[in-house]
Design a protein around this ligand. Sequence first.
Ligand code: AMP
Length: 442
Amino acid sequence: MPRVKKEAIKEVKKSKRKTKPIQTVKGMKDILPSEQFLWDYILDNGRKLCMEFGFGRIETPILEQTELFQRGVGTITDIVEKEMFSFETKGGDNVSLRPEGTAGVVRSYIENGMSKWSQPVKLYYEGQMFRYEKPQSGRYRQFHHFGFEILGDSCPAIDAQVIYLAWKIFQKSGIDDAVIQLNSIGCSECRSVYKKMLVDYYEMKINKLCHDCKRRLNENPLRLLDCKEEKCTQVSFSAPQIIDHLCQPCHDHFKNVLEFLDELEIPYVLNSNLVRGLDYYTRTVFEICQSDANGNQKSLGGGGRYDDLVKTMGGEETPAIGFSFGVERVVESLLKKEIKIDHRVKKDVFLVQLGDMARKKILKLFDKLIDSNIAVGESLGRGSIKSQLRMANKTSSKFALIIGQKEALDDTVIIRDMESGMQEVVTMNDIVDEIKKRLKNK
Ligand code: AMP
């Protein structure tokens, strides 16, 4: 066989071979339309409550200077040490995809001179975060946070308000089995004394610690308290508790926070091992957790005070506090609970057609109706009138507008009242006004 022919056959065979589909990057997932209503539901609840509490929305870039997270979150945290998506731009800048939202908000507070605004400044945000973690159930490499921050107020009532708002978003969304875990990790002064005590304690038990904890002992001893390794948990059980070693101002602050929470009748559990995985926290820290099927605590969201962060980032001394929750985890929890949310798309009218000529008329009518702010549905691909009327029912449409071959020729439309089944013929010219009139009377 001549070579040219052989190659042509090869090409044809190759084109018939099934191409291997491209998949999502490890740890990332699509959010399909069937889940979107839950996303809208939880985010709308968050947005509405934040606005009622006087927060304004902020959007910061997904990409920031790597140094922002090194300085803010801390270099000896898992997030910065192991989990950032960092790279050098073509211009030589070292940048990272944001692993959390607070550092960006603080940068923006300083960069946009928000310390001159009326204090406190209350901001909320939502968006994608990126952490190069081992993907597993409820843990992704791209996930979403909804969060809020109050900058410029150190009053313990503000701590209580942030915890209250976080709690209320969950309650309003039907997550009634979540538990608030609460602790105070003091200020830089009392914490440094406590850290020394902790190092002394763990050094005596060094052989019972996991590899990571041995390494972290001198760099970040607080992290040992929330290590999930069984042997470390056992050791941490008898570790000194920070709550017993707070300085007087931190002690009073925490006592006041608890009093405010009691006043608001918000249930909480004190957890002396709760320290949070980011360096910037001071005083109040909290998480909202839920038990999974095996009885393990899964964190839906977390937050706390970060009174030193604005200064660390180059701003003026500004006390602040914030909270964020993982939207994926909350959506997964709602899915498990099978919470009933009426998410059907409701329409005022549904367009029903039979034949190509009618389809053309329907396309034009669709345009006229949406221009008149009438919620309109159609199913151009469906052939039978019966199946189109079923769709009209499913979308709770009040009227079906039917155009068959006769109506297409006569330039008329049949109005069918979906409740009574009564039908009437109207001219195409009058149909929009007629529908408006009937919708008003419904
Ligand atoms: P953190 O700032 O680590 O406390 O995160 C706050 C919340 O974000 C957590 O309670 C989770 O709900 C969520 N979250 C954190 N990391 C991930 C992840 N890798 N995948 C999905 N959700 C996450």
